[in-house]
Design a protein around this ligand. Structure first.
Ligand SMILES: Cc1ncc(COP(=O)(O)O)c(C=O)c1O
Length: 384
């Protein structure tokens, strides 16, 4: 098999559509070229519209982790109380970021596969004033989706607390609405459900978040300071740091694709696909780690049936033509993670399931070839 025909089945980066690839391959332009300036300006405006953010969208060079740092840097100062709601490894990442900044960190962590009840978050918020609360919309380590809208509605009673949502594994797959859900900062990476190569993040900030930044005076962080980037976001002919030019074009094309499909329709497609994939994978003997009712639509974390060896299974999957991710934390060696987000379709999923079925048979698991594919295709026929 040719190596570059290996399907990328990890939960991001995800397969990149041809029209997005073509943008990556364009001839370079100067960042002050009026054509690029117009393109960047269009992208910034379109991202604001797409996620219904009346504040400011910042599409910048860097990964999701840098966006996490940007969110914290612009909303908190040393000594502030912060509440971290964690549904896994990536929720936990905020703990170290906040501790390094000298914030007073409280954590509400769910058992892996479950969510922290909204009432528990509210009870914690009532204890003392928190500058921010952080929630990962989808934690990639557990495949759990948080009730982001419900938490946002509850937070209306705590106007001093800004709401930070990590949408790295969610945005453009799960439905989100920045103003409508009361989100103050949302961010994602280019490589996940937008289906672009890794290398950019997008951070949306509400008016409240921008005002919080202004209230902080000079902050210690430099590259991620809103105040450094705001002049560029309002007039992209200005320079602060070099934009990732070809990735800007690629993201612009990705946003066009998402807007054409519609954010809600795209979320519905992801949901129907996830239901069908999870039914198929369950029929093949895996257990979806996330409990029913809080399952992400963008990926599945699949606990192995008794006796299936992780290294053997994943290397066989690779030999059959797909890369999947391993489990993290306590689930290392006990499960694999499969992305199903972005610009992928039914045919990609049939291919993915076929590879998984062949790998299972090669590993000695007695599944009937085609069974998972049949369950998947039938489930897609059923109304939501
Ligand atoms: C939910 C979540 N948050 C943050 C990150 C970190 O993003 P990055 O790897 O782009 O720095 C990831 C990465 O997979 C993620 O899934």
């Amino acid at each position: 098999m040719m190596r570059d025909s290996v399907l990328v089945g990890i939960p991001g980066p995800t397969p990149v559509a041809r029209s997005i690839q073509a943008e990556m391959a364009r001839d370079m332009q100067a960042f002050g070229d009026p054509r690029f300036v117009a393109d960047y300006g269009r992208l910034i405006a379109d991202l604001g519209t797409l996620l219904n953010c009346s504040g400011q969208a910042f599409p910048l060079a860097g990964t999701g982790t840098l966006a996490m740092e940007m969110a914290i840097a612009n909303t908190t100062k040393r000594g502030d109380n912060v509440l971290i709601v964690s549904h896994g490894f990536f929720g936990d990442r905020f703990i170290e970021i906040c501790e390094r900044k000298g914030l007073v960190v409280d954590v509400l962590a769910a058992e892996w596969g479950l969510t922290v009840p909204v009432a528990q978050i509210e009870a914690k918020l009532a204890e003392k004033p928190y500058a921010i609360v952080t929630v990962s919309h989808v934690d990639t380590a557990t495949g759990v989706a948080a009730p982001v809208a419900e938490i946002g509605a509850m937070l209306k009673a705590y106007p001093g607390t800004l709401y930070i949502v990590d949408g790295v594994a969610a945005t453009a797959g799960e439905f989100e609405d920045v103003d409508g859900m009361g989100i103050d900062i949302l961010f994602t990476g280019s490589q996940k459900a937008f289906g672009v190569c890794p290398g950019m993040f997008i951070l949306w900030a509400s008016e409240r978040a921008l005002a919080r930044r202004r209230s902080l005076g000079t902050i210690p962080e430099y590259f991620v300071d809103f105040e450094k980037w705001l002049p560029v976001m309002t007039d992209p002919s200005k320079y602060f740091a070099t934009p990732a030019i070809n990735l800007v074009w690629a993201l612009k094309e990705a946003v066009r694709i998402v807007a054409e499909e519609g954010l809600r329709a795209r979320a519905d497609r992801h949901a129907a696909n996830a239901r069908a994939m999870q039914a198929a994978l369950t029929a093949l003997g895996f257990r979806v780690l996330a409990a029913e009712g809080c399952r992400a639509v963008t990926l599945s974390n699949l606990v192995y049936p008794e006796g299936l060896d992780d290294a053997k299974f994943r290397s066989t999957v690779f030999a059959e033509g797909m890369t999947v991710a391993g489990g993290l934390g306590a689930y290392a060696g006990r499960m694999f993670r499969l992305g199903h987000m972005g610009n992928i379709g039914v045919n990609d999923e049939v291919q993915a399931l076929g590879i998984i079925e062949r790998a299972l048979v090669a590993c000695g698991v007695p599944v009937e070839l085609g069974h998972g594919i049949g369950v998947y295709l039938s489930a897609l026929q059923q109304p939501a």
